[in-house]
Design a protein around this ligand. Structure first.
Ligand SMILES: C[S@@+](CC[C@H](N)C(=O)[O-])C[C@H]1O[C@@H](n2cnc3c(N)ncnc32)[C@H](O)[C@@H]1O
Length: 449
């Protein structure tokens, strides 16, 4: 631990080594050298550099040091101005920093979020952002019928973050389709099918039915994945165990590769049990012997005790484990869209870079604010997004204004029903499919989360 004088508290305040490493970075990195930062910018940068710590806390430590014109590790931290006009600068304490005049010239600009891939990327290795962004296609509507119309094996990577609870009555219609030249449905290659309704069922939307809601959609996810494709299912601790059992049935147990724990540190603490501050992300590979894992694309994170591993290793950083520390989307950062449950680009960018390649086809059929879409397009992947909420569509319209983005109503997809949609691909077309229609969901958007 490094101890610095904290003038605000009139005493010595322990500063985590990672904070001093980050501040040193701000002093030395040519990206930051000579720049001056306002508080909001610093919070964003700190959240990226040190996702495991609350940026506000780190900022207040930096501010305390800056007010005293003090040193944090090897870095001189200064501030100028008062309250809202205050800016902060960092320079190499050995004199390597720029003068305040130079600093004046490079007043902060809002930066393109593209290279801010994941938390510690900037500290260690600049990611090579592709020169051209991918294409985004957004479908508005219930994802099940939309996915039934996607071609089999058409996506390399699927990430989904379904709502905990659909918040509405679900009505399910079981239908049977038979080949019939006069039939009412058109399948692939123009083949026609006759639909027979076998029965209807409905259920109140409660906890027990969650897997019933998810199952047909995960069947579709399996169907539309390429043979070397991967699915990432983002849930919370209440649902993950049921979903694991479901996915084991659909993909096979051997296809389960990892459970990623995304830990954050935000909000109130429970006084009656351990505060739940993590989400669970299940990774299934369609073929556990052939999947995409770009080791070299993994962003590196700082060692907790860099002095124990030597300079070279400390400078390179280490790869993360299956526990990922990352702040939630900052309520006052650039990334925020205002959509509830928005997931951070840092998490999704890591998934995109490691589990797909430029040119890969990506899908998120619970798209929300489109975070996965942005992460994918930034890294040159074509992304298809689906969401049934108009609010989500509006947020994505604003978010993707600078991207090549095509918005489609569900009805605009050609009515091409894939009759073998819920059976394994090597079976003859199964003639029974299930489809869902929604009941009284409209206007209950808040319940979705
Ligand atoms: C938890 S949010 C996703 C948030 C997203 N990952 C983000 O970063 O913004 C879940 C989304 O699923 C959508 N959704 C729920 N049921 C759906 C369905 N049957 N079809 C399509 N979208 C659905 C909701 O409208 C909501 O936007």
């Amino acid at each position: 631990m490094t101890f610095v004088e904290n003038p605000q508290r009139n005493g010595s305040e322990p500063i985590a080594p990672s904070l001093t490493a980050a501040v040193r970075q701000l002093g030395l990195d040519s990206e930051y050298r000579g720049r001056r930062f306002r508080k909001a910018e610093l919070l964003t940068i700190l959240a990226r550099l040190l996702p495991q710590s609350p940026a506000e806390l780190l900022f207040s430590q930096i501010r305390a040091v800056a007010k005293a014109n003090g040193r944090l590790g090897n870095t001189q931290v200064r501030c100028q101005g008062q309250k809202r006009g205050t800016t902060y600068s960092f320079s190499d304490a050995d004199g390597g920093g720029l003068s305040s005049d130079a600093a004046e010239e490079t007043m902060p600009q809002v930066r393109d979020s593209r290279p801010a891939a994941s938390p510690a990327v900037r500290s260690f290795r600049a990611p090579e952002a592709p020169t051209s962004a991918g294409q985004i296609t957004v479908h508005h509507g219930d994802n099940l019928p939309i996915m039934e119309r996607f071609e089999p094996a058409s996506f390399d990577l699927i990430y989904i973050d379904p709502p905990f609870n659909t918040g509405r009555d679900q009505a399910r219609t079981r239908i049977r389709t038979d080949r019939d030249e006069q039939g009412d449905r058109v399948g692939y290659q123009g083949r026609r099918y006759r639909t027979t309704v076998l029965g209807k069922s409905s259920y109140a939307d409660k906890f027990d039915d969650y897997t019933d809601f998810l199952a047909p959609r995960l069947d579709q996810a399996y169907r539309v994945l390429t043979s070397s494709g991967s699915l990432f299912l983002h849930l919370d601790y209440r649902e993950v165990h049921y979903a694991k059992v479901l996915l084991d049935q659909i993909f096979g147990r051997e296809s389960f590769i990892n459970e990623i724990i995304w830990s954050y540190d935000y909000g109130a603490r429970s006084t009656s049990r351990w505060s739940a501050k993590h989400d669970n992300i299940l990774w299934y590979a369609k073929n556990p012997r052939d999947y995409c894992f770009n080791y070299d694309e993994i962003d590196r994170i700082p060692y907790m005790a860099p002095s124990l591993v030597g300079d070279e290793k400390a400078a390179r950083g280490k790869t993360p484990t299956d526990s990922w520390w990352h702040t939630i989307v900052s309520p006052n950062g650039n990334e925020k869209t205002g959509y509830p449950t928005q997931k951070p680009l840092g998490i999704l960018t890591r998934i995109v870079r490691v589990h797909s390649r430029p040119g890969s086809k990506l899908l998120d059929f619970f798209a929300g604010s489109g975070s996965f879409g942005e992460a994918g397009a930034q890294w040159g992947r074509d992304v298809t997004l689906v969401d049934e909420s108009l609010e989500a569509i509006e947020v994505m319209r604003r978010r993707f204004v600078n991207y090549a983005c095509d918005f489609r109503a569900a009805s605009s997809i050609p009515d091409a029903i894939e009759p073998c949609s819920i059976v394994s691909e090597d079976t003859e077309p199964a003639e029974v499919v299930e489809s869902e229609t929604s009941g009284s969901g409209a206007g209950r958007q808040k319940d979705l989360f």
